[in-house]
Write a protein that binds this ligand. Sequence first.
Ligand code: AQP
Length: 327
Amino acid sequence: MTLFSGIQPTGLLHIGNYFGAIKNWVKLQEKYPSIFCIVDYHAITVPYDPKTMQDKILNLTIDLIACGIDPKKSILFVQSQVPEATELTWILNTITPIGELRRMTQFKDKSQEHPESVNMGLFDYPVLMAADILLYKAQIVPVGEDQVQHLELTREITRKFNKTFGQTFLEPKSILTQGSRIMSLTDPAKKMSKSSGPETYISLSDSPETIFKKLSTAMTDPARQRKTDPGTPDKCNLYHLHKLVSSSKELDYIAKGCQKAQIGCLECKKLLADNLARELAPIQKKRKELAENPEKIKKILADGTEQARKIAQKTLIEVKKKMGLTD
Ligand code: AQP
């Protein structure tokens, strides 16, 4: 069973990407043959700066390897370097109902965020994602909760393709992680997002001082902030972050201390900042070393592209044969 997952080169990686996706990828690559894709064609569906794109791709690759993605075990490549994915997207477009695409929450959200740029690519985003998954016949797709709806659509497209043209693809399934939905520091009703501004997220490269500074102004349990009630840990965004990095003893101390108003939010934030900084320190160290040799990183991507294309070309020929597009 092959695993596939993608990530957009849209900016600095944050702890939502890390706990929601990458940390899990690192574990799963030990269990499944894995393919990780830097999805630049997805990233251009919203306004972006072409001048920074190559840097973002390089930095994301460095981040992924620093987090533990191992190019000796897994295939790591850039989406636009495998044109078979866009070819398969066109093919899948012909069996994807427009009504289904209109239902996609991400399309609705991003259209609202960028009303000046509601483009066909943004609308078709889930079909490109389906094409990527099916091209490598992946069955395991680890994602954050925000991508589950897209994966459901991929499963529907898979069934439709198989029914129309004969059994070709296996239905992929999503794997969710403990941190499958990390919320924004400034608005706990929204998911943490690269594009929402640095004050809303903790990036993987933030120093311990920056982490603490960002947490100091982060929203906690609204009742506790208004001082109308003692805290309710489960209603506090930061308590959920604690669950990802703090020991069970610390969690117990915080939960009890918060409910009885024995500890203040600042103490709780300081402990969280320390624990997050400790988790990120080895990644930051590795990142520094990797950044010294960009040519080596580019070579890793070139090798990954070669391996990915071999699989992609084979699938595309099979698809075209089934569809009567070649003999
Ligand atoms: N807040 C989050 N909590 C948990 N998981 C998350 N992911 C993203 N945000 C969270 C997961 O990270 C993987 C890669 O995401 P992506 O970069 O491809 O796209 P995204 O989901 O659109 O991420 P961002 O940070 O919100 O980027 P922008 O702002 O550019 O749109 C996915 O598996 C995703 O679920």
